[in-house]
Write a protein of this length. Sequence first.
Length: 506
Amino acid sequence: MSAAPNVAAPKNIDDLAFATVRELAELVRTRKVSAMALTEMYLERLKRYDGALKFTVTLTEERARAQAKEADQEIAEGKYRGPLHGLPWGAKDLLAAKGYRTTWGAGGFENQTIDEDATVVQRLDAAGAVLVAKLTLGALAEGDVWFGGKTRNPWNPTQGSSGSSAGPASATAAGCVAFSIGSETLGSISSPSTRCGCTGLRPTFGLVPHTGAMALSWSMDKLGPICRAVEDCALVLDAIYGPDGKDRAVKNAAFNWDAELDWRKLRVGYLRSDFERIPGAQEEEQKEEPAVSEEEKKKREEQRKRREAFQVRAAYDRRYSDAALAKLREMGVQLAPVEMPKFPYDAMVAMLTAEAAAAFDDLTRSGRDKLLTAQGEDDWPNTFRSARFIPAVEYVQASRARRLAMDAVAKVFEGLDVIVAPTGSQQLVITNLTGQPALILPNGFRGGDAPKPPKEDNGEDDNIGGPGTPVSLTFLGNLYGEAKLLALARAYQEATGFHRKHPKLS
């Protein structure tokens, strides 16, 4: 770990709400602050802000107080378990916790209980962490809409927190837990971390066991920490990674966090064309077909306006990406321009769709999918049904192409330790398909001159925040290369300090 921070116990415990794991750990270790005091503080904040932000499915108060009491007693006896001992955390409600609901955020599953603790929950218990809440996710890991409403972004509560790790990101950003655990299949840590200004780690596929977690895509699901600082992610990952003898996808790979690793010696690349490209920009406008109905004309006009507004916001946000590259060069990082190999990545996503439909085949066949909150054209009920028409041949071809892409992307990383990328670029799809780890961190805040956000948040874009909301940057690593990835990301975070800013909650 990094050197012990010099932090004093405040007169008002609420002043620690936004402290990092490393800071809280030192206060608890030295018994300047008790685990029980932190637990009561975070429980009270969860209750205070849930009405506005809707990030809690279930508070685990009885369990939390028992764990906090045990932690304080053990620490007093000199039985300190490590940096997570006594720290309150929140679990995305797709992780099973014995004795409590595990709802998956979905209508029809509101009272579901699973009589076991997920491996990640067991490991955090062993580390002495205190589970205070089961936090929201969009229904069956889709978006930020769950059976109790829409989870909100603490920086702008008129907007959703994005998904599907909606609750973990919102609660962490709002200072209502010390850290949280989310999951990602295709952006579900990255997207809400961006929207809520959190630091989120999507580990290598097959590093953290998925046992006891809802399955969406067996070949793409990843569990990882959502925190306030990079080192926090490292400390949490250290507690949850490695084989459990049940999840066969997990490899016995090492993770050795060294806060003093010399990041100046790392080989770093950046996705040049992704930084230069303005997302959504098109080389030429599509010509309108001559014979269309008035309703279709209106629909196309609305789409055109949305596309143009997106491009204006993306052009504004590009200044933050440019500033990030300039800052890294100022730090002495030699950035080598690289490109991701060209493959039909979007077509490969059919594998995710097919696996998700298979995971919830009984839901579709029974007709219980009508109980899910979202019932639009692109929502799970319709997606699961239409996925049944994906030919087996196309699934196999997508799998073959994906393997070729994995090999090609691995070659890009052969001479590099870390690649810097815009968060919302094509790399998000690519690296979720190939399994590379990613660290997403806040990269500044939009100024008062930022384009105004749309009146309605449709959940499709992360860049709609408007003035005062955060933007993000992504650091990508080699498979099982989390230690080096986190070292460079931490250096950048310490040099910029954006993670120290937090939303003003009423």
